[in-house]
Design a protein around this ligand. Structure first.
Ligand SMILES: Nc1ncnc2c1ncn2[C@@H]1O[C@H](COP(=O)(O)OP(=O)(O)OP(=O)(O)O)[C@@H](O)[C@H]1O
Ligand SMILES: [Mg+2]
Length: 239
């Protein structure tokens, strides 16, 4: 589905990614972990087209996307769930979700169909349709942020720290939603500080450090890697 080869990128003159290789097979959930400043968010930004890599290749189903605009990449079915506080608080939940269908806004019928699908997938969107987004809890907002991205029926979603600021119950709801989307065929790439949650959810893991990929493997392999277990999970590896 997605392949990155020797991707170099940065901000201004400074390099942040020093040749990143990454592969996400169709319908997998890949979780990137690593210390602050490792370049995790930057990887998501170069994939979604918010940042243009200076070197390297990025392909989606074999087609190159490096250097394409964010809108073109969106049209190819890759959507990034924005950081928290991305909803318009004074607008209703449904209005916020409809904004996610901006690229298909001229096709009223399709827009309606998609909205129905999203309402079925994320019941909160129907239940709180006319409430102001500003009145939702943090966990509910996160669900609506994800729901909004579903309006374009993406093949792949990118999530940057979906667990940030959520209580355990909301966390479980978001994890369930990610799992359900994946079961429906969506490929997921997420960054998580909550390593236990992230690798628990994922099929594959990637460890980044200093703008490079240090380790890749199945989520179980990464979870049980001695360094990861002691660094991030605060325990000895289990079997
Ligand atoms: N907009 C920006 N302008 C300049 N430098 C940036 C910008 N965004 C990030 N950086 C720098 O790039 C490096 C990697 O940042 P990035 O946000 O990708 O790290 P991260 O792994 O997501 O970290 P965190 O876990 O703290 O979110 C950091 O040194 C950061 O200071
Ligand atoms: Mg980050």
């Amino acid at each position: 589905m997605l392949t990155m080869k020797r991707v170099v990128a940065g901000y201004g003159g400074g390099r942040v990614l020093h040749g990143v290789d990454l592969e996400c097979a169709r319908q997998t959930i890949t979780c990137i972990v690593g210390p602050n400043g490792a370049g995790k968010s930057t990887v998501l930004r170069v994939i979604s087209g918010l940042l243009t890599p200076t070197e390297g290749e990025i392909t989606v189903d074999g087609g190159p996307i490096a250097g394409r605009s964010a809108e073109e990449i969106l049209r190819r079915g890759i959507t990034q769930v924005p950081q928290s506080h991305a909803l318009f608080p004074a607008m209703s939940v449904q209005e916020n979700v409809l904004m996610g269908g901006y690229l298909i806004r001229r096709d009223r019928k399709l827009l309606r169909e998609r909205l129905d699908l999203v309402r079925a997938r994320v019941p909160l969107v129907a239940e709180r349709a006319n409430d102001s987004a500003g009145n939702l809890s943090g966990g509910q907002r996160r669900m609506v942020e994800i729901a909004r991205c579903l309006m374009l029926d993406p093949g792949m979603i990118l999530l940057d720290e979906p667990s940030l600021g959520l209580d355990p119950r909301s966390l479980a709801g978001v994890a369930d939603l990610i799992n359900e989307l994946n079961r429906d065929g969506v490929t997921v790439l997420l960054v998580e500080q909550n390593v236990r949650l992230g690798l628990g959810l994922a099929t594959h893991g990637v460890v980044m450090e200093g703008g490079r990929v240090r380790l890749t493997g199945t989520a179980a392999e990464i979870k049980n890697h001695p360094e990861i277990a002691s660094l991030y999970l605060g325990k000895e590896p289990t079997t």
